[in-house]
Design a protein around this ligand. Sequence first.
Ligand code: ADP
Ligand code: MG
Length: 460
Amino acid sequence: MSDIDITLDNVAVITNDGNPESTTDQPATGFDLLGLHPALLKAVQLSGYTEPTAVQAAAIPAAITGVDLAVTAATGSGKTAAFVLPALHRLATSELKSQRGAVGPRVLVLTPTRELTIQVSQACDTYGNQLRWLRTATVVGGVPYGAQLRAIKSPLDVLVATPGRLLDHLNSGNLNLSRVEVLVLDEADRMLDMGFIEDIEAIAAATPATRQTLLFSATLAGNVAKLAGKLMRSPQRIETHSHTDTNTFITQRLHWADGRGHKDRLLERLLTDPEIDQAIVFTSTQIDAERVAVSLEALGHAVAALHGGMPQGRRNHTLLGLRRRKLRILVATDVAARGIDVPTISHVINYGLPITAEDYVHRIGRTGRAGRTGLAITLAEYGDAHKIRSIERFTTQQIPVSTLEGLEPKARPANATGRPTRPHGARSGSERARPSGTTVRHGAPARRDFSDAPRRARRP
Ligand code: ADP
Ligand code: MG
């Protein structure tokens, strides 16, 4: 059972690992204790869930009271249900549900990618499948306006959207957000990032000031939550911490490479591993995603690329192919780094490094979903050693270095541990990565980019 300590500043620290399987030998904390509407309990039961995860046990009762929340919990720990269920509970228990003539949604969920928007809206359909009156719509870019316009002008309860297209509809007067009671930002730190913050502020300004605001992410550092201050009223902070070895394990590994050709050979060898059920290979650029996918296909892999430069139809088709196991390997940019839940992904391979340490946590979090184990392998050139260190500081974990026989790096690492020495002076003690094991704890230490330069809008 979760141990909830209310400490300073309204911070509820939940010392549990967020792993649905690890709760089975604990005293029952069944969903029926969370105060949810019976129709939602029924839907949860039909989903096959027996126990709420730690984040669900903490966030659902808190959200039901109507307060604003900033919630941090590991990748794959069930955050979607932790916001969808209390939002639907509000609709199910209020009298407005029969008010069919009204316009605009009562629950608005914003996400950073079209794929995640579709996934979250499917979760709304799943958890709301016993609420026959419930109407959900999605608004994403890259698709025709017609059907979307009809959907948002019809009676509507829940709208799940990416900010850009939503703002188009808002600015053209086709969308009314004056009925919004609950605003959710999934992947909240990304949504408050420079690429999105202005859109988010404009959208929030079109909703009533009395709304409830819920922020969820695996990485929501204190300073990001502060940034959200404008959007929230006396928010409660909920963090789930990983404390035990029975946690969801993501094993991490690092391979040093001499250059691109070497990385290609490492990747080819790694993908021959029969342990791989399905894998995502992350690249830094769209061009690399295409190139790597083409060369892996030539080797006979069931593979496709996914990136923001592709038409939406192909993006949807590709993700569906992954979910239906027609594809074994997805080669993707960071467009697939956040939120995507394909439980059969056993491996994540970083062919190109992510821009931020947060992105690393989200990328590798595409494996190890809901209590499963996963392996995350990073390929890095020595020139990228500072980026690896930055990731290690962020996760407070050292990534164990590994080699493949016959594919050892030629460039000699500058010290005996296989790690190049730090080029710019010594590291301070507080920054030193903790060399402990191979699992990453997805807590929320201070945010760290690799450079001090301001981040530009990134739409991968
Ligand atoms: P997060 O947003 O925290 O990364 P998701 O909401 O995508 O995680 O959920 C990850 C997976 O866990 C999904 O496949 C979901 O169906 C499953 N899941 C969620 N809640 C439970 C639960 N209480 N018991 C078992 N599985 C769950
Ligand atoms: Mg999520």
